[in-house]
Each structure stands twice: as structure tokens, then as C-alpha cells.
Design a protein around this ligand. Structure first.
Ligand SMILES: [Zn+2]
Length: 487
């Protein structure tokens, strides 16, 4: 496609997007296409296209299967400025064709691999980065850090930004900026704050839930959160499947005009066998928050964080420690909760007892509970296991499974507790699983306030989705006036 025709198509689809917004009467919605550039790049026009095309699909005549398939894709972003035509023309006519590439640093990454994902071939920049302590996150490949580069056609980086997000909310996030000036580079760092936009998508599940969601343009990391958002409902028998309609809202994070990364799944609604199933993200005091119903009850399997009464943490989760009895350095990946002998120990979540055993040289009296395919908990050094508890028994969250003791290798009475995910031990005090069944009143009020606009948007998506089978624009207009789907 030539540049002018891309421009024309882009402008046309923006127009159609606007038309549709007007027709569906979505007055509160500035249904618009974001202009994700300041310093101009043709590649960004391409980036805009899927969004505008998706919106415009509804105002076209879906005459065949392909049209139907396209109509299932919806991404709408609100509160965004309309890109000016002058800017659009600048994009296309700019001499400096820069494309923006973003990647996240992976475990065991190398600078060369990161450069290759950023489409950079720039030995001078590699050398520069290796010499800069400020750019350490890149040269030492710190996992999870986002990196963005503006790259010329001959694959030289015009600029490169490392986004150092602080895990602690109180500390500011820092962006390290490297800029090319001819054959030289400069480096500096500055604080940054993400601007968070909401993106929406709607479609119909196929047999492969995740793939069908990703096919509507939703990033994988968002699609992967769906089974978590509906975890408890799925555990209680909900079977999502082909034909179910889904609508979801998730976060997209920008710095200036540049999209950097996807954020949380905020809300999902699924129409399943005539029922509407919903789940909303809420801040529940855990690091990553959790998914809840509007009544404040959890949609996840909630693990009691400290499953013993009267406890204090005496030994925290760490990869290696010297054993207090044997003096041998060995992995210790559970958490030790010191507590008076005889205090009750609780099942951290619903599950099935998978082991009841005695290990004289280690865990003493201990039990294991399997909670689902992936998660198991272990409770050790008990004086005794609760009466008659045996392998295969179903336990409920909070059921007494044993009593604090010091059997096996233990210096004093404590609960040695392990939470294993896919056979790997995770720190029960730091995991992102919610630990409660219901939000506090304050958290619940916050959820309701946050969910109000989201439910409106889900309803809008529902309307758009139900427009899909109709064939004529007049029908679209009628449908939105009546506010009810025609069948
Ligand atoms: Zn221990």
C-alpha cells in the first residue's frame, strides 16, 4: 500500500469510526483513534489502522464470513484527541522514518537478543550501553523491564528508553533515556508516570478461549488473566466454551504519546447459556489486587495468608538458609510461623488431602492439600494431624487440619508452611493470590465506584456486539435508538 493510500484509508476509517459512535448514540464516548506519535513514524500509522478498521467494521455491510470475522474485533479507546490531518500528513511526508519498537527483558536475555527484538543493529550503541551504569538494567538484562526504541530505516536507534518501574508504590518510576546525536550518544534519567487508558474488546469464544480473545487484538497477557478472573466460577462448574460472547476492558499504559505496555484486565463479562457472568478487578490490599463480584465476594481461590492461629513469622521465605538443628546449608522455601504448641492450623483454601505422613528427620507430622491442578500446600512439624484426616478427604478453607508442634527437625513449636505452584514453592506472604473471601467495606465501596463506568462500557460493547448480525446501517440506527437488540 502506498503512503497516500494508507493515509486516505486511515482518515476514512477514522471518519467511519466517528459515524458509528454517533449512530450508536454513545454520547459519553469520544470513540477515537489514538495518534500514538509525536515524532512521526510511518509505522505508527500502521499501528493505528487495526483500531480504526475494527471500529469501522460495524458500519460496513457484513456480507460474508470474512466481514463477520472482522466485526468480532472491537477495540475502542476513550478520551483521546483526534489526530489532526496536518499531523497525519507530516507523518507520511517526514524524511525521518522512525519506527517505534518496544520489548520486555526476559529471563536470561542478552543485549543482542533485546536489540534484535527492537529491530536495532547498532554496535556503537551496544558499546555505549555496556559502559553506562545508568543503563545497567539493559546490560545485565533485568527481567521484566520494558525498553522502547525509535529506530531508523537502517536499524540505528535514534533514541532508546529504559522504563524502570518501582515495585514500591511510594517511589517514583524512572526512565533512562539514551539519545543519538550523530555518532555520539547522551544518557540521562527522569521520573515518569504512566498515563493509563482503557481499551475494550468484544468477541465470541472459539474452542480455544485464549486464542479467540487474542484474535480480537487483545494482548496475550490480558487473555491469560481470564481464567484467573473467573477462577472460582470455573471451579464451581462454569465451562466457558465456543459460542459464548465475551466483552472485556483492560489497561494500556502510555508515556507521552507512546504506548509502552499493557496493564491489568479490569472487567470481563461473558454471556453463557443466557446468563451474564461478570468479574471486576479490585484493590484488595495484595500487591496485584484480585477479581471480585460486584457484591464484594472474590472470584478467585483465596488462600489464607497465615493459616495458623496466634502466629508470628519466625523465618521468612528464602532460597538457602542454615538449618537451625543440623547446621547444614539447605534450601528453605517454606515460611515458618512461630506459634504456641497446640494452636490450630487451618486449611489455607478448599482442597483435597493428598498426603498425611510422618517424617522423623524432616517435616515430622505433616499433611499436604491439593487445591487444584497447580497448587498444593504443606503443613509441617504438627504435634498431631486433626482427627481422622486421611488422603482423599475434602477440606474447606479454614477447616482445622492439625495442631502446632515441633515434631521432626524443629527447634521449637512452629508451623512450617509451603505453598507450591506447579511444583515450585512460592512465597505465601508475597504471592498475588487474594487471601480473603470478601472485600472490606472500604475496598468494596472503591470497587463499586470503579465498576460503575466499566459496567456502562460493557453494556455499550454488548450493544455494538448485538448490532453485528444486522445488514443495513439504518438498522444500526434503529437499534441504538430503541436501546434493545433486535433479533
Ligand atoms: Zn521451616
Amino acid at each position: 500500500m502506498s503512503a497516500p493510500s494508507i493515509l486516505a484509508k486511515n482518515l476514512r476509517t477514522i471518519g467511519e469510526g466517528l459515524c458509528l459512535a454517533a449512530r450508536t448514540g454513545a454520547r459519553t464516548w469520544d470513540t477515537l483513534v489514538r495518534s500514538p506519535y509525536r515524532r512521526t513514524a510511518l509505522g505508527m500509522v500502521f499501528a493505528v489502522l487495526p483500531i480504526s478498521v475494527a471500529i469501522s467494521a460495524y458500519s460496513l455491510y457484513p456480507s460474508d464470513a470474512e466481514q463477520e470475522a472482522r466485526a468480532q474485533q472491537t477495540i475502542i479507546e476513550d478520551s483521546l484527541p483526534i489526530p489532526s490531518i496536518a499531523d497525519q500528513i507530516n507523518v507520511v511526508t517526514s524524511n525521518e522514518m522512525l519506527t517505534t519498537h518496544t520489548t520486555v527483558i526476559r529471563r536470561n536475555d542478552t543485549l543482542s537478543a533485546i536489540f534484535s527484538r527492537l529491530n536495532i543493529d547498532d554496535a556503537a550503541l551496544q558499546r555505549f550501553i555496556r559502559q553506562q551504569s545508568q543503563a545497567q538494567a539493559l546490560s545485565t538484562a533485568r527481567e521484566g523491564v520494558y525498553v522502547q526504541a525509535k529506530v531508523t530505516e537502517d536499524r540505528k536507534a535514534q533514541s532508546l528508553t529504559i522504563f524502570l518501574e518501582n515495585r514500591n508504590d511510594d517511589d517514583p518510576d524512572t526512565a533512562v533515556n539514551i539519545v543519538r546525536h550523530g555518532s555520539r550518544f547522551t544518557i540521562d534519567s527522569s521520573e515518569f508516570t504512566f498515563e493509563t487508558q482503557q481499551a475494550m474488546s468484544a468477541g465470541i469464544f472459539s474452542d480455544d478461549i485464549e486464542a479467540s480473545v487474542v484474535a480480537t487484538g487483545v494482548p496475550e497477557e490480558v487473555a491469560r488473566q481470564i481464567p484467573i478472573a473467573l477462577e472460582r466460577k470455573i471451579k464451581n462448574g462454569l465451562t466457558l466454551g465456543a459460542g459464548d460472547e465475551f466483552r472485556l476492558i483492560y489497561e494500556r499504559k502510555f508515556v507521552g504519546n507512546d504506548f509502552v505496555r499493557t496493564g491489568k484486565l479490569l472487567a470481563i463479562s461473558v454471556s453463557h447459556e443466557g446468563q451474564t457472568i461478570e468479574s471486576f478487578w479490585a484493590d484488595d490490599g495484595t500487591r496485584n489486587g484480585g477479581f471480585y463480584n460486584l457484591d464484594g465476594t472474590t472470584n478467585q481461590i483465596a488462600f489464607i495468608r497465615v493459616p495458623v492461629e496466634g502466629a508470628r513469622v519466625t523465618s521468612s521465605f528464602m532460597p538457602m538458609r542454615r538449618h537451625p538443628v543440623t547446621g547444614v546449608l539447605r534450601p528453605h522455601q517454606g515460611t515458618d510461623f512461630g506459634a504456641p504448641r497446640g494452636n490450630r492450623i487451618f486449611a489455607a483454601a478448599d482442597g483435597v488431602v493428598s498426603r498425611v505422613a510422618f517424617d522423623h528427620d524432616g517435616f515430622g507430622h505433616y499433611i499436604m492439600i491439593k487445591h487444584d491442578e497447580d497448587r498444593t500446600t504443606l503443613y509441617a512439624h504438627m504435634t498431631r494431624v486433626a482427627n481422622k484426616l486421611k488422603v482423599g478427604d475434602h477440606v474447606k478453607r479454614g477447616d482445622v487440619v492439625g495442631f502446632v508442634g515441633s515434631t521432626g527437625l524443629a527447634t521449637g513449636p512452629h508451623l512450617h508452611y509451603e505453598l507450591r505452584y506447579k511444583n515450585r514453592q512460592v512465597n505465601p506472604l508475597k504471592i498475588s493470590y487474594p487471601d480473603k473471601e470478601r472485600l472490606t467495606d472500604e475496598e468494596h465501596q472503591q470497587l463499586l465506584a470503579a465498576a460503575r463506568p466499566l459496567t456502562g462500557r460493557l453494556a455499550l460493547l454488548n450493544r455494538i456486539q448485538s448490532v453485528k448480525p444486522l445488514n443495513a446501517p439504518e438498522a444500526v440506527a434503529q437499534q441504538s435508538e430503541s436501546g434493545k437488540p433486535r433479533s
